[in-house]
Design a protein around this ligand. Sequence first.
Ligand SMILES: [Zn+2]
Length: 127
Amino acid sequence: MHKGKFGTAINCMDGRTQLPVINWLKRMYSLDYVDMITEPGPDKMLSQGKAEQVESIKSRVLISVNAHGSDTVLIVAHHDCAGNPVSKEEHIKQVKECIKRIHSWKLPLNKIIGVWINDNWSIEVIE
Ligand SMILES: [Zn+2]
């Protein structure tokens, strides 16, 4: 049964970031669907959140990986984030911490990508 190729985005709940993330991921990695895990300021929550917050994100990534076969995970930070109103430099530092954390979960992933969404709502790759 062909069910399509899935990716996973750990994105902000901000409505302005949804379509840019979906469209970019589909285009860059030839995906059919993007499983969206949203939080207010996900870069802060995954890098500095309480254990249960981190665990909640991880449990949703696991559903995407195990049930949908996703092997591509994206962590997103963006301009004008109400949930995490820090400087761009701080966002980028947090995204790098998030990438390390996702690596530490030792999931069968092909790509772990961190991006910044700028004030034009276009995507810049952090790493
Ligand atoms: Zn945000």
